[in-house]
Design a protein around this ligand. Structure first.
Ligand code: GLC
Length: 562
């Protein structure tokens, strides 16, 4: 069995057309722009940097780019604290740079999805400044969630709710006359005041924002914390303990049924374009609630993070796949698959740590390992990468859309030893260092083995890059037929060629720890979760995540047969 040389042949450019269903089985590559490529040497990645690396994305063979926030921001939360939803951070470029990037992506046959952050603005947004300058009860304050404090002098927060990043979810403001005043709600950092989605002006303004970017040719939206917009702040506010076990749909802050009325309005706007603009919800909700976000009359698709939370384990993977295909069918959307993103420890690293023990009783999440500076337990980096490659190849064989996170195509591991004085994630600061946060997966990419910041830019990188990045640089992998980059390219080329209806059939009998699936048209994927080599079914080998052993599939390896 030898790989088919046609798999590495250059992929012809495809200009995105009007196909309304393009997203259903798309491979979407997440660009975290401040860490992707820096065109002006200031240490921060920028939009011209993205444009300069389109050849990389094209040769990788992705269908779309999801661009994390590039809006003006003080970076209190890596750009998820937006000062102005209809502008580009001057450090990242201009609207003209954005248009040029979108045009160049489209010319390369790659669609563009932008991140939209509707739950909260930044505290530097014109509306929040106006709210601070206005008195309690004013229309300006009503765009946010201001409340009087408790206790005789209002010095107690309105409730004991905690922010997702640690610390209280309420911050007290100083009134224009200098006296201590009301409190505002922020589910995340204090620099991210939550918007009041009962306010019609807020609702209208986001429709304007959607149109603003859709008019500029954006193909879709990734909706940040989509499950938090609708809130019930009827007083008296319940305590955190009282709502800890709230039934689905009844929690005052998360996943309320009313949130879907917002997305019905959004869908009308999105559907007014040809082709309709897509949207994918980031909704960390119970699996049984996910379909509501993904229905065609709603956002149309929702992230499923189940694979990302599973251990490297055949049973867990199979259950996740089976359940999510059923859920997707329920909503009418296609499923989404994610192994890494900018919020979690990279999957090459997770799979190199002992399984289990995640924070939420799920698979290994690497969070506690990060707290030890990456020293305990000892990471088996080679095993982790081997499994990550196998997991990716399995994910890419599944019906639905696959989301890749920048750098995973280079086989990057998490960077665990970022010094405290270089950390940026608000999780680190708000938890008083008891959590280190997400900087380790956001370190600027290595494009070349040498040069300042490994080719990220002509200057330094805004987060320190480790010396081991040199060996994983894109230009090094370019010359290596066994490199992870080569594997990703071959897999995406084959996927495009083999893609058919969104159907999957499990093939039984390959033995315990082996997942064998068949897609329409004779595409088969076999993954050996180990530990012993497994026999492969008859077929021609298209691509494998590692070398075969005497025609057998070794442990922690996936092969596609045609
Ligand atoms: C989402 C983003 C995350 C951000 C948070 C608050 O979960 O993915 O990076 O910190 O929302 O906006």
């Amino acid at each position: 069995m030898t790989p088919d040389p046609a798999a590495t042949a250059p992929v012809p450019p495809r200009t995105p057309g009007d196909d309304a269903d393009w997203w259903r089985q798309a491979v979407v590559y997440q660009v975290y722009p401040r860490s992707f490529a820096d065109s002006d040497g200031d240490g921060l990645g920028d939009l011209r940097g993205v444009t300069s690396r389109i050849p990389h994305l094209r040769s990788l063979g992705v269908d779309a780019v999801w661009l994390s926030p590039f809006y003006p921001s003080a970076l209190a939360d890596g750009g998820y604290d937006v000062d102005d939803y209809r502008a580009v951070d001057p450090r990242l470029g201009t609207l003209e740079d954005f248009d040029a990037m979108a045009a160049a992506l489209h010319a390369a046959g790659i669609r563009l999805i932008v991140d939209i952050v509707p739950n909260h603005s930044s505290n530097r947004h014109a509306w929040f400044r106006e709210a601070l300058a206005a008195p309690p009860g004013s229309p300006a304050r009503d765009r946010y969630l201001f409340r009087d404090g408790g206790g005789p002098d209002g010095s107690l927060p309105p409730s004991d709710w905690q922010s997702v990043f640690g610390g209280p979810a309420w911050t007290r403001v100083t009134e224009p006359d200098g006296t201590p005043g009301q409190w505002y709600l922020h589910l995340f950092a204090a620099e991210q005041p939550d918007l009041n989605w009962d306010n019609p002006e807020v609702r209208q303004d986001f429709l304007t924002t959607l149109r603003f970017w859709a008019d500029r040719g954006v193909d879709g939206f990734r909706v940040d914390v989509a499950h938090a917009l609708a809130k019930d702040l009827t007083e008296p506010l319940p305590s955190a303990a009282e709502i800890a076990d709230a039934a689905h749909g009844t929690h005052p802050l998360w996943d309320r049924d009313e949130v879907h009325a917002i997305y019905t309005e959004w869908r009308e706007v999105l559907d007014s374009y040809t082709p309709p603009r897509t949207a994918v919800a980031e909704a960390w909700v119970h699996a049984s609630r996910r379909a509501r976000y993904a229905v065609p009359g709603g956002l149309g698709q929702a992230f499923n993070f189940d694979l990302l939370q599973a251990d490297w384990d055949a049973k867990q993977f199979r259950t996740v796949v089976t359940d999510n295909l059923a859920l997707a069918a329920e909503s009418g959307a296609s499923s989404t698959w994610v192994l890494s993103n900018h919020d979690v420890v990279r999957h090459a690293t997770r799979y190199g740590l002992p399984p289990g023990g995640g924070r939420h009783g799920q698979g290994q999440d690497g969070v506690d390992w990060l707290l030890t500076g990456g020293t305990s337990p000892v990471l088996d980096a080679e095993l982790g990468l081997r499994r990550a490659r196998a997991a990716t190849l399995l994910m890419l064989a599944l019906p639905g859309s696959a989301y890749l996170y920048q750098g995973e195509e280079l086989g990057l591991h998490e960077v665990a030893d970022i010094p405290a004085d270089r950390r940026q994630d608000p999780t680190f600061f708000r938890s008083g260092g008891t959590e280190v946060g997400r900087d380790g997966c956001r370190v600027p990419l290595p494009w070349t083995a040498d040069g300042p910041s490994f080719g990220f830019g002509d200057g330094p990188a805004h987060l320190p890059q480790p010396a081991w990045f040199a060996a994983l640089a894109a230009d090094v992998q370019e010359r290596d037929p066994h490199a992870t980059l080569t594997l990703y390219r071959e897999a995406l080329a084959w996927r495009r060629r083999l893609q058919g209806p969104e159907e999957l059939e499990w093939v039984e009998g390959s033995g315990e720890g082996v997942l064998h699936l068949r897609r329409p048209g004779g595409w088969q994927s076999v993954t050996n979760f180990g530990p012993e080599p497994a026999d492969l079914p008859p077929g021609i080998l298209a691509v494998a995540s590692g070398p075969l052993e005497d025609g057998r599939l070794p442990a922690d390896t996936t092969a596609w047969l045609v």
